[in-house]
Design a protein around this ligand. Structure first.
Ligand code: GAL
Length: 683
C-alpha cells in the first residue's frame, strides 16, 4: 500500500542491472505452495492464539509472517529485551507445523526511540518533521536508527537462528512507504557523501546538473542541499539524484540487516516485501539483486474496472524482478482494504481469481495481510483471512477453499512462465518524467504502460518487463511506452537489439532526455533516432480533450510530433488537426529488425490492432482468448500447465485437453470455464 503520495524525481541508470545472483531461493521446508499471511498475535490474548492456530490448520496455512510491528514489545526500553511472548508464539506455531517468516520490526521504531533521537524524524520536502503515533521508519540516514535497527536484528537473529519454526526472514516492511525521501539533516549530509562518491569533483557535479542554468553553480560540497521546496522548480538533475540517493540509502538499511541475519542463518532466505508497480520511490531492479527471494505486496485499486489487468501487470513485473524465478506474493487482501476513498469488498470468487492470477504469473506463495482482522487501530476496516464476522462468513469459506485449491496445485511449484515480448520499465525514467514543467501533463509513462499492457493482455500475450540496459536478447519484440529518459547506453542497447533482428515499438515522449534530465545532443528522440529512422523537429502536444483522426481509421489524443523521416516509412498519418499530414505511425527496417514509432495516443482498439501487427510480424503467437478470459502457461521441463481465469459473468468455452487439477477431471477437447472461476489444466 502506498499510504501517502511519495515525492517523485528522476534519473537514468547509474549501472545496468547485473545478472541475478544465485539465490538461496525459498522458505525452508515443505514442497507445497506456501499459503498464509501476516500474523500479529501481539494484538490478541493467548486464548485467541490457540484458536488462530487451529483455524490456520483448517485453512491449510503453512507460513505466517510474524513480528513485523513488534519492536516496542521485544525491546520495551533501549537495550532491554523481552522475548517471552514471541518465544511462546514461535513454539506454538512450530508445534502446529506452521512455519514462520520472521520479521525484523524496523519499519516502526518504538516510542523510546523517538524520544531519545528526535533528530531521526523524517522531514518532508516542505520542512515538516513527521511525528510518532503512526508507523513509518526513521530517516534512513540517521546513525541512531541504523544502530538501533542493527541491535534488535542481531538479537532476533541470534535468538531464533535454530528455532524449528523459522523458515525465512522478512526484513522491515515495504521500504519506501510510507516514508521515502527524507529532508532531515542526516539525509542531507549523507546525500553530499553520495554525490561526492558519484561525481568525484564539484565541477563534475556542476556539469552533470547543468548548474550554469539559473546561476546554481556550486564551489563546495557543503553548499549542496537536498532539493527542498524552493521558490519555483528545483533543478531536475538534483531531484533525480536525490531520488537515486533515497533508494540507495534505504537499500543500505536492508543490506545491513540482511548481513546480520546471514551471519547467523546463512542457510535461510532473506526477503523484504516490494510493492512492484505501486512504490514510486525504489529502484527495484537494484533491490532485486540483494534479496534471496523476491516477495511482493499487491492491492487492487478497488474502483477500477480493469483491476484484474493491473494485477497481472504487477505480477508480471514482480516475476521479471525475480529474473523469472518463482516469487512470493507476500501480501494482498481477501476483500476490501481500508485506505482507499471507497473500499469496495471483493466479489464472490474474486479472492481466488486474484490469487490464482498471481500464481499463474509465477507466485509460488500466496499470502494475505493479515490472518485475523485487527479490532483496534487504523486498519480495523481492512479485510483479513479471518474477518470480524468469524468463520461463518463468505470470506473464511473462500479462504479455506483456496487453501485446498493450492494444495491441489502443489505439483506446479517451481514451474516457470515464458514470455517472448517485454515492456521496458525503468524507475529512473518515471522519476524524471513526473517532475514539473514537462511538455504536457498528459505525457505519462504509467498510463502508456497500462495501455500497451492492456492491449497485450487482451490479445492473450504474456509479457515480461525489462530494464533498457537489461538482458534484451530473449525477446522477439520490445515495447517502450513513453520511456521519457533513455541513457546513451540504453539507446545503444536498443539500437543493437533492433539491428540484431528485434522488433522495437516506441511510443511518443520517449528518449527526450538522458540520465541528468538533459536533452540529448541533436534533439529528440535522442539515441532512438537511429533505429526508428526519424528525428522529431518539434513536439506537438494536444489541448485537453482534443482529438484528431487517423487516416487508417481510429482517433488520436494527447500528442503528435513534427517528424523528419530519415529512412522510416509512414504507416499512418494524422488526417486532420494540428498535425494533419504528419506521420502518426512509422516503420523502419533497420539491420535485421524493425523500429516502430507511434507519435500519438491512439484509441484502445487501434492500439490493439497495431500491437497485433507488430507482434505478428515478429512471429509472436497471438492466442486471442475470448474477451475477459485470462490464460497463462507455466511449464517445467516437458510438463505444461495452463491457467484459465474467467473474469466475466458468463461461462466461457475453449478448446483444451488434459487433466483439470482443481477437480482431477479429465478434459477432452473442450473446457468450459464457469463465470468468475478458475480452471487449471495439466496439458
Ligand atoms: C501494506 C502493509 C501492511 C498493511 C497493508 C494494508 O502496505 O505492508 O502492513 O498495512 O498494507 O493494506
Amino acid at each position: 500500500m502506498t499510504l501517502s503520495p511519495q515525492p517523485t524525481t528522476t534519473s537514468a541508470p547509474q549501472t545496468a542491472p547485473a545478472p541475478q545472483p544465485a539465490r538461496l531461493g525459498w522458505p525452508r521446508g515443505t514442497a507445497d505452495l506456501r499459503y498464509g499471511g501476516d500474523y500479529n498475535p501481539e494484538q490478541w490474548t493467548r486464548e485467541t492464539w490457540l484458536e488462530d492456530i487451529e483455524l490456520m490448520k483448517q485453512a491449510r496455512v503453512n507460513l505466517v509472517s510474524v513480528g513485523i510491528f513488534n519492536w516496542g514489545l521485544i525491546e520495551p526500553r533501549q537495550g532491554e529485551y523481552d522475548f517471552a511472548q514471541l518465544d511462546e508464539i514461535m513454539d506454538l506455531l512450530a508445534g502446529a507445523g506452521i512455519d514462520v517468516d520472521l520479521g525484523t520490526p524496523t519499519a516502526s521504531p518504538p516510542a523510546w526511540f523517538w524520544k531519545a533521537y528526535p533528530d531521526s524524524r523524517p522531514v518532508t520536502r516542505d520542512g515538516v518533521p513527521l511525528g510518532f503515533g503512526s508507523r513509518g521508519m526513521a530517516s534512513p540516514s540517521s546513525p541512531h536508527y541504523r544502530r538501533a535497527a542493527a541491535a534488535v536484528t542481531e538479537q532476533l537473529a541470534r535468538r531464533y537462528a535454530d528455532h524449528p519454526a523459522l523458515a525465512m526472514w522478512h526484513v522491515h516492511n515495504e521500504y519506501g512507504a510510507p516514508v521515502g525521501e527524507s529532508y532531515d539533516e542526516h539525509s542531507v549530509s549523507a546525500f553530499r557523501g553520495w554525490l561526492a562518491a558519484r561525481y568525484g569533483t564539484v565541477d563534475a557535479l556542476n556539469s552533470a546538473w547543468g548548474t550554469a542554468f539559473w546561476g546554481q553553480r556550486y564551489q563546495d560540497w557543503s553548499e549542496i542541499d537536498a532539493p527542498r521546496l524552493a521558490a519555483t522548480v528545483t533543478n531536475p538533475a538534483q531531484r533525480l539524484d536525490f531520488a537515486r540517493f533515497t533508494s540507495d540509502a534505504l537499500l543500505e538499511c536492508f543490506v545491513a540487516e540482511r548481513d546480520i541475519i546471514r551471519a547467523h542463518t546463512p542457510q535461510l532466505a532473506v526477503t523484504t516485501n516490494f510493492m512492484a508497480s505501486s512504490c514510486p520511490s525504489m529502484d527495484y531492479w537494484k533491490w532485486a539483486r540483494e534479496v534471496d527471494v523476491v516477495s511482493n505486496d499487491h492491492y487492487l485499486t478497488a474502483e477500477r474496472e480493469d483491476n484484474h489487468i493491473l494485477l497481472a501487470l504487477d505480477a508480471d513485473l514482480t516475476r521479471s524482478l525475480a529474473g523469472g524465478r518463482p516469487w512470493m506474493l507476500m501480501e494482498h487482501s481477501t476483500s476490501a482494504v481500508n485506505w482507499q476513498p471507497r473500499n469496495l469488498a471483493k466479489r464472490p470468487g474474486e479472492l481466488a481469481l486474484n490469487s490464482l492470477s498471481h500464481f499463474a504469473r509465477g507466485a509460488d506463495a500466496i499470502m494475505f495481510f493479515q490472518f485475523r482482522a485487527s479490532r483496534s487501530g487504523a486498519e480495523k476496516f481492512h479485510s483479513a483471512m479471518l474477518p470480524h464476522a468469524g468463520t461463518d462468513s463468505r470470506v473464511w469459506r473462500e479462504v479455506t477453499a483456496l487453501g485446498s485449491d493450492l494444495a491441489a496445485l502443489a505439483s506446479m511449484r517451481g514451474s516457470t512462465v515464458d514470455a517472448r515480448v517485454a515492456i521496458l520499465w525503468d524507475w529512473e525514467s518515471f522519476w524524471a518524467q513526473d517532475l514539473e514543467w514537462r511538455p504536457s501533463v498528459d505525457l505519462r509513462h504509467r498510463e502508456r504502460i497500462e495501455a500497451y499492457y492492456t492491449a497485450l493482455w487482451q490479445l492473450g500475450v504474456t509479457v515480461d518487463f525489462v530494464h533498457p540496459e537489461g538482458d534484451l536478447s530473449g525477446y522477439d519484440a520490445l515495447i517502450a511506452p513513453s520511456l521519457y529518459a533513455v541513457t546513451s547506453r540504453g539507446g545503444r542497447a536498443l539500437t543493437d537489439y533492433v539491428r540484431g533482428g528485434g522488433r522495437l515499438l516506441v511510443s511518443f515522449g520517449s528518449g527526450l532526455v538522458d540520465e541528468f534530465d538533459a536533452v540529448h545532443p541533436g534533439g529528440f528522440p535522442g539515441p532512438l533516432s537511429e533505429p526508428l529512422g526519424l528525428t522529431i523537429e518539434e513536439l506537438l502536444p494536444f489541448r485537453s480533450g482534443e482529438t484528431a483522426a487517423l487516416d487508417t481509421g481510429g482517433t488520436a489524443t494527447v500528442w503528435a510530433d513534427d517528424i523528419r523521416l530519415d529512412g522510416a516509412e509512414v504507416v499512418t498519418r494524422f488526417a486532420d488537426g494540428r498535425a494533419a499530414g504528419e506521420p502518426a505511425v512509422t516503420r523502419n527496417a533497420f539491420g535485421a529488425g524493425v523500429g516502430w514509432y507511434v507519435s500519438t495516443r491512439p484509441d484502445a482498439e487501434t492500439l490493439r490492432g497495431l500491437v497485433a501487427r507488430v507482434l505478428g510480424e515478429a512471429g509472436v503467437e497471438i492466442p486471442g482468448p475470448p474477451e475477459g478470459l485470462e490464460v497463462v502457461e507455466r511449464s517445467a521441463g516437458s510438463a505444461r500447465y495452463r491457467v484459465y481465469l474467467n473474469h466475466t459473468d458468463a461461462d466461457l468455452t475453449v478448446a483444451a485437453s488434459g487433466r483439470e487439477l482443481l477437480s482431477g477431471a479429465a478434459v477432452t477437447g473442450s473446457l468450459t470455464v464457469p463465470a468468475r472461476s478458475p480452471r487449471i489444466i495439466a496439458l
